[in-house]
Ligand binder design. Structure first.
Ligand SMILES: Nc1nc2c(ncn2[C@@H]2O[C@H](COP(=O)(O)OP(=O)(O)OP(=O)(O)O)[C@@H](O)[C@H]2O)c(=O)[nH]1
Ligand SMILES: [Mg+2]
Length: 311
């Protein structure tokens, strides 16, 4: 191993909806975290491993920093806090806005939360593609530097892949000198089954409304991997059976939809995403179940995979 190889964990910390998961996917070059326009999309710690010749970084996406209103959100906030504590470096992600450069208390609180790791913080201003007057970017960068004390501030657009190389450079050079922690072909710590469940939940977030997106949990109960059953090439299939849990009987009808229309739409869209992710044909069967008020139950949260992972 070369003496100056660097490796470590970089945790993404930010308010909900600022684009942390979009950034993780953009840096990974593939979709590992689900993304939606609704806040509080991410519920767990999601990783992407980037391996270069002289460095390996594990990017850790976390649930957005919010108030803990129920057991699920308490667990989400615990996951974020623990990921910060376990990191070598924190990347605070904030969202660019038009108008006067004014740093909110919520942004300051996020920087404080990010400092609870070992104190090293880099800040990315995301969604700069939304700023109409590009001249406003510099005052914003100066305001963030002055108000938060963070001296490395990188403007980016995760959506358009702008500024990402600069950002990665800034992150890598702040990692400790250490050998790689994972095999170089490994892209994430999550199991395929877990990512597939998330891809189903993403479609529920995109295709249902009102309370359903936040009340739904998804578990893949059966994952039959037949990708290698057929010799040579693209053959093979994965057979998945998933359960969608909601909190009340009355929500079942909304998820299923008139004549089963909504669940069919969710299933078709999720299957396409899962096929792309697994690289094979997919058979997906989804059923809907009620687990009354599961978001208040630590046991259910654990069972659905939204609890704090074991150390
Ligand atoms: N215009 C623009 N939109 C973006 C950009 N990055 C993310 N978005 C959008 O912002 C929304 C939220 O993105 P996410 O990646 O889910 O945000 P998040 O920070 O992970 O949110 P939580 O998981 O809820 O904490 C989605 O609609 C994204 O498409 C960007 O660079 N530019
Ligand atoms: Mg997210």
């Amino acid at each position: 191993m070369t003496a100056n190889h660097r490796s470590g964990f970089v945790v993404f910390v930010g308010r909900p909806n600022v684009g942390k998961s979009t950034l993780l996917n953009a840096l990974a070059g593939q979709k590992l975290a689900i993304v939606s326009p609704k806040p509080q999309t991410t519920r767990t710690r999601i990783t992407a491993i980037l391996t270069r010749e002289d460095a390996q970084v594990v990017l850790v996406d976390t649930p957005g920093v919010t108030k803990s209103a129920d057991a699920l959100r308490r667990s989400m906030q615990r996951i974020t806090r623990t990921a910060v504590t376990d990191s070598d470096l924190a990347l605070v992600v904030v969202e660019a806005r038009d108008g006067e450069a004014e740093i909110s208390d919520a942004d300051r609180a996020v920087v404080e939360a990010a400092r609870k790791g070992n104190g090293r913080v880099v800040l990315a201003i995301n969604k700069v593609d939304k700023i109409k007057n590009k001249k406003m970017l510099l005052p914003w960068m100066e305001a963030y530097a002055k108000e938060t004390g963070v001296d490395v501030i990188v403007p980016i657009s995760a959506k358009n892949h702008d500024g990402l190389e600069d950002l990665v450079e800034e992150l890598l050079k702040r990692l400790p000198e250490a050998p790689p922690m994972f095999p170089k072909e490994m892209v994430t710590e999550q199991a395929e089954r877990v990512i597939c469940a998330e891809l189903v939940r993403e479609q529920l977030l995109l295709l249902t409304r009102q309370e359903i997106p936040h009340a739904a949990a998804v578990v893949i109960e059966v994952f039959e991997d037949q990708r290698t059953d057929q010799e040579g090439g693209d053959g093979g299939l994965c057979r998945l059976e998933g359960r969608i849990y909601i909190e009340r009987e009355s929500q079942k009808g909304i998820v299923v939809g008139k004549g089963g229309r909504t669940i069919k739409e969710v299933s078709t869209a999720a299957r396409a995403q899962i096929e792309e992710f697994l690289g094979c044909k997919v058979y997906l069967r989804l059923t809907v179940h009620v687990d009354k008020d599961w978001r208040q139950s630590d046991r259910a949260i654990e069972r659905f995979g939204y609890g704090l992972p074991e150390a």
